[in-house]
Design a protein around this ligand. Sequence first.
Ligand code: FAD
Ligand code: SF4
Length: 457
Amino acid sequence: MRARDPEKRRRDFKEVALGLTQAQALKEAKRCLQCKKPRCVAGCPVEIDIPRFIAAIREDDFKGGLEVIRKCNMLPAVCGRVCPQENQCQGRCILGKKSKPVAIGALERFAADYEVTSKAPDAPVSIEPNGIKIAVIGAGPAGLTAAADLAKLSYDITIFEALHEPGGVLTYGIPEFRLPKKIIHREIERIKKLGVKILLNWVVGRTQTLDELFEEGFKAVFIGVGAGAPKYMKIPGENLNNVYFASEFLTRVNLMKADQFPVYDTPVKRANKVAVVGGGNVAMDAARTAMRLGAEKVYIVYRRTEEEMPCRLEEVEHAKEEAIELMVLANPKEIISDERGYVKAIKCDRMVLCEPDESGRRKPECSGEEFVLEVDQVIMAIGQTSNPILVRSVNGLNTWGAGYIVTDNEGRTSIPGIFAGGDISTGAATVISAMGAGKRAARAIDSYIKELSLAKK
Ligand code: FAD
Ligand code: SF4
């Protein structure tokens, strides 16, 4: 896919990847073999009929292709940009066995973006509401998908969202240069057209409890509150001035527009030399954001090697093109302070890789050597964990690990009528896996309501 020149893009927040041209999309779509038993579909957590949407594109019916996608996925322009297709649909494409798989993600993005440029009018929505109220907690990909699918089944859906904007990580975590906000807004507006209501600034567990929602007449609840709380390394110096946790750093810039301070009220500390600790998508996003805020030097400090990095290949390639330096086999052990309590440097152990651990990746161990890297800002991006506000407010809800909700594959929790899915039940995962969970839970909620209605007759 075409991308903007790294020299120019690393200092602004405009989108980096430019998408396929119409000619490229047609050529790519024609590579698809239209398999009778398409392996790609089995790799898609929301079960898009991939050969059908590609067939429509080859016939120049871009809008038709998008309609096929939208039957299963109401966030195609988002997924076409951020899904790790290489591990999912594309990873299973039969063509990948001998050469390059079909670029399914890029085609999905093309179909979604084409609709905007073509300005084709929307087909009118005609849903006969059944008046049964279902509450969805959290407007991230899991909640939005559950809400859209339930609305299509005629339910009266209200989403309760803690922040002042919907979208979850799509809005507050993933930066504008990867996923422009207008794209998220457009897809959410379409979900609202299905009749879904979104109440913002509404922290369920504080503003209102689940019990109160049931008392107000909601017949079932889907919890999709994600895993947005930061994880700590618990090393000395983690509380110094100018140490950020990636979720806070990214939220300041993405949601609160701190890059435009003082036009917007929220500031963010700009630094010259920044160390970002971690090797996932969050670390890449934080590093590339720090570069765009004007840092002269940005390091990614990661304890394994580039090969083991959990981020998408495209993200690390883009980061390197933008002059971000990978400092691999390095594990921070202390953040060093200057005399005023601000970050001055980060001390790291040099690591070596040993036998694979339970994650299947080779385990890093200290080599016995250490080194000091002079930096004036550290951003910790070693993962996120569950936020306890809602979970702790519900009696009898079974949890595992750090407060994640136990569910079956369809999102049923230990309490009848309460369903959950996405990062709050799996731990930090992906946009599409959260959407898949929302979809399965919507089906289970529909069955639950039907059983409830039958029992009452
Ligand atoms: P979330 O997206 O976290 O949404 C949960 C929502 O619930 C939030 O809006 C939150 O404000 C709200 N909420 C929380 N508590 C309450 C409450 N008590 N009451 C009301 N509302 C509440 N995945 C990919 O596939 N590709 C990527 O490129 C990618 N990049 C990422 C980059 C970053 C910086 C981060 C942090 C994650 C990234 N991920 C990526 C992971 C992906 O975004 C998540 O797995 C996904 O968003 C999980 O969706 P969710 O709906 O479960 O939760
Ligand atoms: Fe087309 Fe690949 Fe899917 Fe076969 S597996 S239908 S070639 S995208």
